[in-house]
Design a protein around this ligand. Sequence first.
Ligand SMILES: NC(=O)C1=CN([C@@H]2O[C@H](COP(=O)(O)OP(=O)(O)OC[C@H]3O[C@@H](n4cnc5c(N)ncnc54)[C@H](OP(=O)(O)O)[C@@H]3O)[C@@H](O)[C@H]2O)[C@@H](O)CC1
Ligand SMILES: Nc1ncnc2c1ncn2[C@@H]1O[C@H](COP(=O)(O)OP(=O)(O)O)[C@@H](O)[C@H]1O
Ligand SMILES: [K+]
Length: 552
Amino acid sequence: MIEAWTADEIRAAEKPLLDAGTPLMDRAARALARTALADVARRRSAGSSPRLRLAGALGSDGVPGPGRVRPPRRHGVSRNAAHGARAVLLVGAGNNGGDALFAGAHLARSGMRVTAFLVASAVHAEGLAALEAAGGEVIARSELRVPVVVEQVAAADVVLDGLVGVGSRGALRPPSGGIVRALVESRAAAEATGAPWPWVIAVDVPSGIGVDDGSVPGPVLPADRTLTFGAHKPGLLLPPAAHVAGVVEVADVGLGAAQGPQVPGTLRMEEADAAAVLRVPGVRDHKYTRGVVGVVAGTEKYPGAGVLVAAGAVRSGAGMVRALGPTTVTDRILTRHPEVVTAGGRVQSWVLGPGIPSDGSDAGQDRRVYGALAAVTGVLDAEVTGGVVPAVIDAGAMAMLEHRLPEIAVLTPHAGELAELMRGLGHEVDRADIEAEPVRWARAAQRATGATVLLKGAVTVIVGSGVTFAQAEAPAWLATAGAGDVLAGLLGTLLAARADDVLADPSLTSRVAAAAVVLHGRAGALASGGGPVSATDVADALPRVIADVLAR
Ligand SMILES: NC(=O)C1=CN([C@@H]2O[C@H](COP(=O)(O)OP(=O)(O)OC[C@H]3O[C@@H](n4cnc5c(N)ncnc54)[C@H](OP(=O)(O)O)[C@@H]3O)[C@@H](O)[C@H]2O)[C@@H](O)CC1
Ligand SMILES: Nc1ncnc2c1ncn2[C@@H]1O[C@H](COP(=O)(O)OP(=O)(O)O)[C@@H](O)[C@H]1O
Ligand SMILES: [K+]
């Protein structure tokens, strides 16, 4: 599990070390310089076309760069490989700028041509002296001209963004904001024309992101890599800031012995954690102990959603799937998945709503959803359920909520659906507002409804009470109709398998939901292999992915 530390938690952890004279900045700067040297050497040997730059950010398995997290690596790179390369340092007033200056001094001593642009009249004095002593060029704030910065950056091999780190407050102020805005435009122009553009390394965090909340309140220079010190910061995991962090790597500066967050608020689940959530059947199990998933999904208008939910549930190992609905839907489900049962009976989880429009056009499906929701919320012990069970509430079912939900209910909106849900709760928001601040709105929805909220996107966020998971394993190819239905079915299976545990400890719900997102994203990546993927392909890849995750 990756646990992010907030700016305050980082400061609390580093304080005793700094008081004891631990050379944290020296360690950070050395790690930064090693990374920059290795990246420049690698790019020089591979060529530096924009395409290769992108390929560098992708990683060998083709999983996309944004928000991706990599374990630390050793860089066994010869210094000569970067000899004569050009590095530009963007240097702010604080210790983040200090890191960049000291790293720049190492780079200059390794034979790079280093230019530092200072955005403040006073910067880290020792760092500045070190860079000057190593032969780096320094452009003072008083001499700063935006077009010159842009020109130098465009001609550089590598840029270290050290404008601001965990001391950041709000959008970048002038002159940093103006410089970064100009650089973002220059980068876009280079991308459009295929002109070269340097490799950008964010020092600790991309300057200008909301370190603790993942917001992007103003201009930010997108990084190819973020080398973050000591531990992840929430903003490196959470969207939209995660999208500008590139490949995230943690440099161990020795905070390990320090006290981390007591209760980590922002997490990223890894495969081993997902495996721990799965319930593997044993000799005493039978289909009912493994969990029955009840599905109310699909209508005459959208029958495919029922088929895809069933596919997600069946292929992820449900003991049994019961699908309820009009025969146009259930017949299609049976054709594809003859193992599905279409008679009513007890279930250990519900999947409600995919393919059911909120216009009331299928009274039968609406009635079934209302009945199941009444059971989930404990309002009435519906005869179809036999009691309160966890539920996945998706698409049309989200418009049918009449009561506060328990944490064992998982809402699974995409940004447009969350906007609709929040409008129904009296907030004037549209899809763009949600996309700009997904975490804020997912948390607002969690507070307002009581449910666990799973907001789908390139980085999917799962919000339970007091905890947020941010998962980024899915390739963008997964953004295809029906992929969300497969996720709903898969999550239904995981919840059914752990229903007793989830009922005993509802806070487990967000963990189960995060595990479903990990498996779904991995299945998307496996089925895609770098190319297009259909929702059916994703469901078909689930058994392999689950076997792989369990085998690790
Ligand atoms: N933790 C670790 O292990 C290690 C941590 N280390 C490093 O220390 C860094 C933290 O350093 P830090 O505390 O000096 O703060 P930092 O991020 O440089 O920012 C403060 C400056 O930025 C300014 N500023 C703020 N907001 C702004 C804005 N919107 N737009 C423009 N300017 C803005 C602010 O100005 P003010 O608001 O005070 O006027 C102040 O001048 C950390 O990120 C890491 O790199 C390593 O050295 C060692 C290992
Ligand atoms: N850019 C993206 N990169 C990776 N995954 C994405 C991206 N956009 C959407 N997804 C994922 O694709 C799936 C789409 O689900 P959804 O929008 O509910 O589709 P549908 O309702 O048609 O099934 C979700 O799992 C979502 O997280
Ligand atoms: K920075």
